[in-house]
Ligand binder design. Structure first.
Ligand code: F6P
Length: 579
């Protein structure tokens, strides 16, 4: 089925592709001559004839039929199709943060980040390099003089390359432009973006610094780089200038807003041009892809092929594709947990709750896009309806501190804490607090224990690219019990239709759904949870990475082939004999 449209799209983009490749080959030849003069031949230039043929559609279908994606299958796929070429991941957030505690010891934190949850297992499978901001107070001590550190877990290891930022750079690039401009621009959640020129200047400068760090790790003329998220919209173009033959995949983890909204950004042209330095731009959903292409179409001179959403600009093609992100499966935290009864006993003991308490859990960073205020109103309605003589009902909210240097986030935290206090004073009794806010960092084993102990997990995002909490809850429920309620404005709702899907703004409606979830029969819970688990097991993060990298491989192999053919054509051109 998929073969024909792909073939058509190849034809559609063929001529532009060919001229782009011809240009790239000329640039490549010039680079090779330069390099030969310097006696440093570039790696991978004009690969030998023993290079494998392009991965055909049939081969892809065969691969797809090879059972579920796993770490081993991803590793094998990369070995076979990338022939050992190293994958470089660029993501602002690092997989582990070294912090010095007040008592002087160094402790390791694993950040609350969907991006880290998804990428870390992929890196373990492909043993590449992860370039990230070194944000921990003891990160420098834990790394070598080049900011490098080997991360090894079990039999797998990869390299972390930390980039150091000054206070001023971090303030302008991360807190300012990324999180006060782009974050509210892309999320529809009552927050207006703030575009400061000074933040934009830092964003450009820091993007260049990260592009330089990636270049330093490249080790060849055509590196494979996976650029992650809205922190690095300019990096793909910066890398493309430096490595015309690089394979650059950019994945945008958050929503892409509609074109009208995006157009309020004073730097829209530069951002879009930066992203179009990529061979592939990945989004969470088809709608985000369409929004992105619409933004590009109304802002830049491009040609768009509508069937496949390929953007052709200045003889370079960027494929725009949905790759819904996921989690590892089986999940290593879920696999090491005790059974649900034991988890519940431990959670109830830790939180001083009676064992028969009905538990509703939510796990978020403290962020205004997560719908926590609307959720607290829902909790209020639910507690109003809950029978006085029924079992105790408790809502446990993990709220990991996030971006607290931004006043909007601090103010948000204050509002949440005061709402929780209000609800507890209205509904609480001696030895009973119905709303428990854990506003601290919780490591994965604690979070997974909570998931497995819960009756219900409620994900209430007002707008979210995916939301991996929903998928983690499913992974934790090997007992096939528990009910997931998920906001229809989270990307996860598109896939997880066996969950109860709600509109988080509809406070009364969600309260009714919470009661429905708390009273759902074990048989219905099992039926829904089985379907959800089957979906996440199949659509796991190895599949996400595998599909993206296979698409990248096809682009890469096609490009190498064209470079080779263009090189031969050049050998026989009459122009070659002209003086
Ligand atoms: O979803 C967007 C994102 O940046 C993810 O990369 C990550 O899960 C989350 O937000 C965490 O944000 P931060 O890195 O700012 O703590």
């Amino acid at each position: 089925m998929a073969v024909f449209p792909r073939f058509m799209s190849f034809l559609n983009t063929g001529s532009a592709e060919a001229s782009r490749i011809a240009t790239a080959s000329v640039t490549g030849v010039a680079a090779a001559i330069q390099a030969l003069k310097k006696r440093t031949p570039p790696v991978h230039f004009l690969p030998g004839l023993e290079a494998p043929a392009e991965l055909s559609d049939t081969a892809q279908v065969e691969l797809a039929a090879a059972g579920p994606w796993s770490a081993a299958r991803l590793r094998e796929t990369l070995r076979k199709h990338l022939q050992g070429d190293r994958v470089i991941v660029l993501a602002n957030r690092e997989p582990c943060i070294h912090e010095r505690t007040p008592s002087g010891e160094i402790t390791i934190l694993h950040p609350a980040s969907g991006l880290v949850t998804a990428l870390e297992p992929v890196m373990r499978a492909c043993s590449g390099v992860w370039v990230a901001h070194g944000s921990g107070s003891a990160d420098r001590e834990a790394s070598d003089s080049r900011g490098r550190l080997e991360i090894s877990t079990g039999d797998a290891s990869y390299l972390l390359r930390r980039v150091w930022l000054t206070e001023e750079e971090e303030a302008g690039y991360y807190y300012g432009f990324a999180n006060e401009a782009l974050w509210p621009l892309c999320h529809l959640a009552h927050a207006h973006p703030i575009f400061r020129r000074s933040d934009w200047i830092q964003y450009q400068r820091v993007n260049q610094r990260f592009a330089d760090a990636v270049a330093a790790e490249a080790g060849c003329e055509d590196p494979i780089v996976l650029v992650q998220d809205y922190h690095f919209a300019l990096v793909p173009r910066m890398l493309r200038r430096r490595f015309p033959r690089a394979t650059i995949l950019t994945f945008w983890h958050i929503p892409w807003p509609d074109a009208e909204r995006f157009s309020i950004c004073p730097y829209q042209q530069e951002l879009l041009d930066g992203l179009l330095g990529s061979n592939i731009v990945g989004m969470q959903t088809p709608q985000h892809c369409r929004n992105f292409v619409a933004s590009v179409d109304r802002t830049l001179e491009v040609r768009v092929t509508r069937e496949e959403l390929d953007v052709v600009r200045q003889q370079q093609t960027t494929l725009v594709r949905p790759y819904p992100i996921s989690i590892e499966w089986p999940d290593r935290w879920g696999a090491s947990l005790p059974d649900a009864a034991e988890c519940r006993a431990r959670v109830c003991a830790d939180l001083s709750l009676p064992l028969d308490t009905r538990l509703v859990v939510s796990v978020d960073r403290m962020d205004y896009t997560k719908g926590m205020e609307e959720r607290l109103l829902t909790i209020e309605r639910t507690l109003e309806q809950w029978p006085q003589n029924g079992p105790p009902l408790a809502f446990v909210q993990v709220g990991a501190p996030s971006r607290t240097r931004i006043e909007r986030y601090r103010e948000f935290g204050r509002r949440i804490r005061s709402e929780v206090a209000r609800l507890n004073s209205r509904f609480g009794r001696k030895n009973y607090q119905p709303v428990i806010l854990l506003d601290r960092h919780c490591e994965a084993p604690e979070v997974f224990r909570l998931y497995r102990a819960a009756d219900v997990c409620y994900v209430s995002s007002l707008h979210d690219g995916m939301n991996l909490v929903a998928k983690e809850f499913i992974a934790a429920r090997a007992d096939e019990a528990g009910v997931l309620i998920v906001s229809r404005f989270a990307g996860a709702a598109r896939e997880l239709n066996a969950a109860l899907v709600v509109n988080p703004y509809d406070v009364e409606g969600v309260a009714e759904t919470v009661v429905k979830a708390l009273t759902m029969t074990p048989a219905e819970q099992r039926e829904r949870m089985r379907a959800l688990r089957a979906h996440v097991a199949e659509y796991n993060v190895y599949r996400w990475a595998g599909r993206m990298l296979l698409d990248a491989t096809r682009v890469r192999q096609r490009e190498r082939l064209h470079v080779r053919l263009a090189g031969r054509a050049r050998r026989w051109s009459p122009d070659m004999f002209r003086r």
